[in-house]
Write a protein that binds this ligand. Structure first.
Ligand code: GLV
Ligand code: MN
Ligand code: MN
Length: 413
């Protein structure tokens, strides 16, 4: 017989989440903005705090070879819950960390009410979701799903430190990465709570949303080579200006996004010009392109068009262009049965089970190789994310945590 649902104080859960998020937000590489990159001293401090909270919630805690903080309780195939604790540069305090804090609070509520389920549960605080340090993403969840790519170890950060070196400096042994993986029979599902990071729930005046799918992404690193030359002496028609070429390619990417039907988005988010001086025509420019679409074929066609037309721009300007693929992932649907169970949990806390796709990437995109996945979104103010103004109200967060408790109480693999 199903035990009765435990009593929950939604407002109190929201307040506790807010206090924990505030503590985590104080752990930053810089005093004036939140920046907590993968495998840094800040990551270490956040991981230690999260491990402490997990232990206080009654979990048996360990760290794997990637620095993922993992807390287990119960026996048998595990329901996996969690999110990531590293951040983008100049981050808000909710992206990722809310999902970790929410899972800790949900399990703590169940433990205190002596209502933990019979099945196994594992809470995971991942470390590499944001791609803010190394040109890779989701590598720590890929490792848990048994899919870590060996070539990731050779990738270098902006300071030239490789992923493998950073792991060793963090006290981890890259040789042990395979040990982080769960076998398929060990995980029954992966469920993540996250702020929406977009404006849909706010526009619909609803606090919670069930994710239907996460859109596919392609990321490119583009290098444009021209010729560095004197900014005063070389006439305009004789220059090979790599930055002017990259600017035209940036506008090409924007045009591809604007002309697409059905929500394709294209972003040049990082650009550097070399040598980078006021009086030198730039000789080399490197920039990134992030392109996402719900339809994989549409995304692929857009990448083909960008590659073709960037080449034409380069030829016309007597430049060279080299395009490298740094990340590619297909649109990832969430499991229908888990979506329905989340919808029941959302209804059980009195909210409307709105369904919506995610334009953001999440660890579920790699966990799907291990087990069925699902996500619950929480409304965020103005749809603002990857920005210090990111905000979710304690009331909405409390409701989401309560929904996670109801989901766990009624979970059927
Ligand atoms: C992760 O936040 C992403 O979608 O880029
Ligand atoms: Mn995130
Ligand atoms: Mn993010």
């Amino acid at each position: 017989m199903q035990p009765p649902p435990i009593a929950l104080n939604f407002a109190d859960l929201g307040r506790r989440a807010e206090a924990m998020l505030e503590e985590l937000a104080a752990i930053s590489a810089e005093p004036d903005r939140l920046m907590r990159l993968f495998l840094t001293p800040e990551h270490r401090r956040a991981a230690d705090l999260v491990a402490l909270w997990m232990r206080e919630a009654g979990l048996e805690v360990f760290e794997d070879a990637l620095g993922n903080v993992r807390g287990r309780i119960g026996e048998g195939p595990r329901l996996l819950v969690g999110s990531h604790i590293e951040t983008v540069i100049d981050a808000g305090r909710y992206d990722g960390t809310f999902g970790v804090v929410a899972a800790i609070l949900a399990l703590d509520e169940l433990r205190r009410a002596q209502a933990l389920p019979k099945f196994g549960i594992e809470l995971i605080a991942f470390g590499d979701e944001e791609a803010s340090r190394f040109p890779t993403t989701l590598s720590t969840s890929a490792a848990v799903a048994g899919n870590f790519e060996e070539k990731t170890l050779a990738l270098a950060d902006a300071g030239g430190v490789t992923y493998a070196e950073a792991l060793r400096a963090y006290g981890k042994d890259p040789v042990r990465i395979a040990d982080a993986a769960l076998k398929s029979g060990e995980a029954s599902a992966y469920v993540e709570l996250h702020i929406e990071q977009g404006p849909v729930l706010e526009a619909e005046n609803q606090p919670l949303g069930i994710v239907t799918a996460m859109v596919g992404q392609t990321r490119l690193r583009i290098e444009v080579t021209g010729e560095a030359s004197h900014a005063g002496t070389v006439p305009m028609d004789q220059r090979r200006d790599a930055l002017a070429g990259a600017a035209e390619m940036t506008l090409l990417a924007e045009r591809i996004g604007r002309e697409a039907k059905g929500g394709l988005v294209a972003t040049v988010g990082s650009i550097e010009a070399k040598p980078g001086a006021v009086n030198i025509v730039p000789g080399i420019v490197r920039f990134t392109l992030d392109l996402r679409a719900a339809e994989d074929a549409q995304r692929k066609a857009a990448i083909e068009r960008f590659t073709r037309e960037a080449q034409t721009i380069a030829e016309r300007r007597r430049l060279e262009v080299a395009i490298a693929l740094t990340h590619e992932i297909a649109t990832t649907p969430c499991d229908q049965r888990l979506q329905d169970q989340l919808a029941a949990a959302v209804a059980a806390v009195g909210a409307k089970p709105v369904r919506l796709p995610s334009g953001a990437g999440h660890d579920g995109m790699s966990m799907v190789k291990l087990c069925p996945i699902a996500m619950l979104f929480v409304r965020c103010r103005g749809g603002v994310s990857h920005n210090p103004a990111e905000y979710a109200s304690p009331a909405d967060m409390g409701l989401a945590i309560a929904a996670l408790v109801r989901f766990i109480e009624n979970f059927r693999p």
